[in-house]
Design a binder for this molecule. Structure first.
Ligand code: C2O
Length: 548
């Protein structure tokens, strides 16, 4: 009896804590002076980064979005499972038609079974360069829920990429030239380019800390097209989570982070008291063929309490942009923290897929009016993903609209070399276990290869193995403590094996999170069917943006 009472009390306590976290986001124009230039950019609530959403596991998040921009818009909650709320995933033309200019839509979803650092961003054109923010999920039992000593404070670090130009024009030019977007003009920390650019007096992110305390850095790579190195002078980190999944503690002095990924790292402020320290990020450039890249360094400042005004901060020694060893060591050393409360690694596999992908050249299309010689094209298993024009995949599937997509995405590379431009999905049953060998290939010697951050919507996956060159069927998989992510680096010309349980009906996008590769077709979609009740996708919300 006493136990029952305790149980009921515990249950009530948890239920009482489940709250509704409500936000209003108006995405519209904002004047900004950045890098000594005045321009108009599009942001949520005139903030860049946009508002942070802070919730507790179990909460319901409600975001009322008003589109005051001239662009069709959708917002994606990167890494959120969207259990039975696939309509709210915000993937442009995959789960929804975009919110039209002057339109509005309320995203509503529960956060169940996940905690840590995630983020949200526009999922339509290059708008995500300025429309993004953090999404922080606290454990149900507060800071006691962390599998590490509760930090003294938390410091969000959202890394971004800035263009001195309207980003929608950057995207349009990328298509017209066929060569992808031009290199960005700066990197940013929490929206600020720091003090190492040619613009004197550019904004810089500063944070004041207490001496000898431990802080949790919630680092998000919201940059559009670049992997980044991140360091803080005089300090080391202990990585404790990536992509809102706990890791075994991993000690390092450098964080490596790809677009779409997050890293939670503890940092103890035990450098010289009353000091000031730069935090800095620069590009990790993995391309095997030399090209122009953003070689700037963004800085922020960590100031210890009591530091004298004007103390010059010390600068960390950053890895060289080509330091593939530092990058590989970080990415490949991470191990998942195995806890009884987390979903176990499934041991049997229902779909075993080999997905080969990369970027190639093709003749310019007639509408690519500034294209000279060739245009870039990308594909997975020779299918270059085409966004549907008239209906989102989820709506087409729900309403039975024919002709929007085909269900023949191949489970292995087809024998014939041609490229098919298609909207092809891979259909799987509810709760099927899917294993994918992601194989990066060089298709053109002029283009070479580069790392690709592959992101899967709607699910976390276990990262079982990775390697250089062609996939080795005899490779050893980590079946003990694989790291769990939603975005994984596939090494250029190499491979990575992921496994996930398709336990949520919907249309789930899997794509390269280098924004440059998305319009080229580096994507595919998993269609997950309804399962037995209650695993059935409900109808779309009343105010769902109309496709037809
Ligand atoms: Cu963070 Cu499909 O995206």
């Amino acid at each position: 009896m006493a136990m029952l009472v305790a149980l009921v009390l515990a249950l009530c306590a948890t239920m009482a804590r489940a709250a509704v976290v409500e936000h209003n986001f108006t995405v519209g124009g904002m004047n900004i002076s950045q890098l000594c230039m005045d321009s108009v950019i599009y942001t949520a609530n005139e903030q860049m980064p946009g508002p942070t959403i802070e919730a507790t596991e179990g909460d319901t998040v409600v975001v009322h979005v008003v589109n005051d921009s001239p662009y069709p818009l959708s917002l994606h909650w990167h890494g959120i499972f969207q259990l039975l709320s696939g309509w709210a995933d915000g993937a442009h033309m995959i789960t929804e038609c975009p919110i039209q200019p002057s339109g509005n839509f309320t995203y509503r979803f529960n956060i169940t079974g996940q905690e840590g650092t995630l983020w949200w961003h526009a999922h339509s054109s290059l708008l995500r360069a300025t429309v993004y923010g953090a999404l922080i999920i606290k454990p149900r039992n507060g800071t006691d829920g962390y599998p590490y000593k509760a930090p003294y404070g938390e410091i969000p670090i959202t890394l971004g990429e800035w263009w001195n130009k309207n980003v929608d024009d950057v995207e349009k030019d990328a298509h017209l030239t066929g060569l992808g977007p031009e290199v960005s003009d700066a990197l940013t920390i929490n929206g600020k380019p720091g003090d190492q650019t040619s613009c004197r007096g550019a904004g810089i992110f500063e944070v004041e800390v207490e001496y000898n305390q431990t802080y949790l850095l919630r680092i998000i790579n919201a940059a559009v097209n670049v992997e980044l190195f991140f360091k803080v002078s005089g300090h080391n980190f202990t990585v404790v989570a990536v992509d809102a999944s706990y890791t075994e503690p991993y000690a390092t002095d450098v964080i490596v982070i790809a677009p779409g990924q997050t890293v939670d790292a503890l940092m103890t402020t035990s450098a010289t008291p009353e000091g000031r320290y730069y935090m800095a990020a620069n590009v990790f450039e993995s391309k095997t063929v030399q090209i122009r890249f953003n070689n700037g360094t963004v800085t922020g400042i960590v100031t210890y309490k009591g530091a004298a005004n004007g103390t010059a901060p010390s600068m960390p020694a950053m890895p060289a942009p080509t330091d593939v060893v530092a990058a590989g060591r970080f990415y490949w050393s991470l191990r998942g923290l195995v806890r009884p409360v987390d979903p176990p690694l499934p041991t049997t596999v229902d779909h075993s897929m080999l997905v080969e992908f990369g970027v190639d050249q093709e003749p310019c299309a007639p509408d690519q009016t500034r294209c000279g010689g060739f245009a870039l094209v990308a594909f997975m298993n020779r299918n270059s993903f085409q966004f549907p024009k008239n209906a989102s995949l989820l709506q087409a599937s729900f309403d039975g609209v024919p002709g929007v997509y085909t269900e023949d995405f191949p489970s292995s590379p087809p024998p014939l070399p041609g490229i098919r431009k298609a909207t092809a999905v891979k259909r799987v049953n509810h709760s099927d276990v899917v294993e994918v060998v992601l194989q990066s290939r060089a298709y053109s010697s002029a283009l070479g290869t580069e790392n690709h951050p592959i992101h899967l919507h709607g699910f976390n996956f276990f990262v079982l193995a990775q390697g250089l060159g062609a996939f080795d069927p005899n490779a050893t998989y980590n079946l003990v403590n694989p790291r769990v992510r939603n975005t994984v680096i596939v090494p250029g010309g190499g491979w990575t094996v992921i496994r996930f349980v398709a336990n949520n009906p919907g249309m789930w996008f899997m794509h390269c999170h280098l924004d440059a590769h998305l319009p080229l077709g580096l994507a595919m979609v998993f269609e997950v069917l309804n399962g037995p009740a209650p695993n059935i996708l409900p109808p779309p919300p009343e105010d769902f943006p109309k496709c037809y």
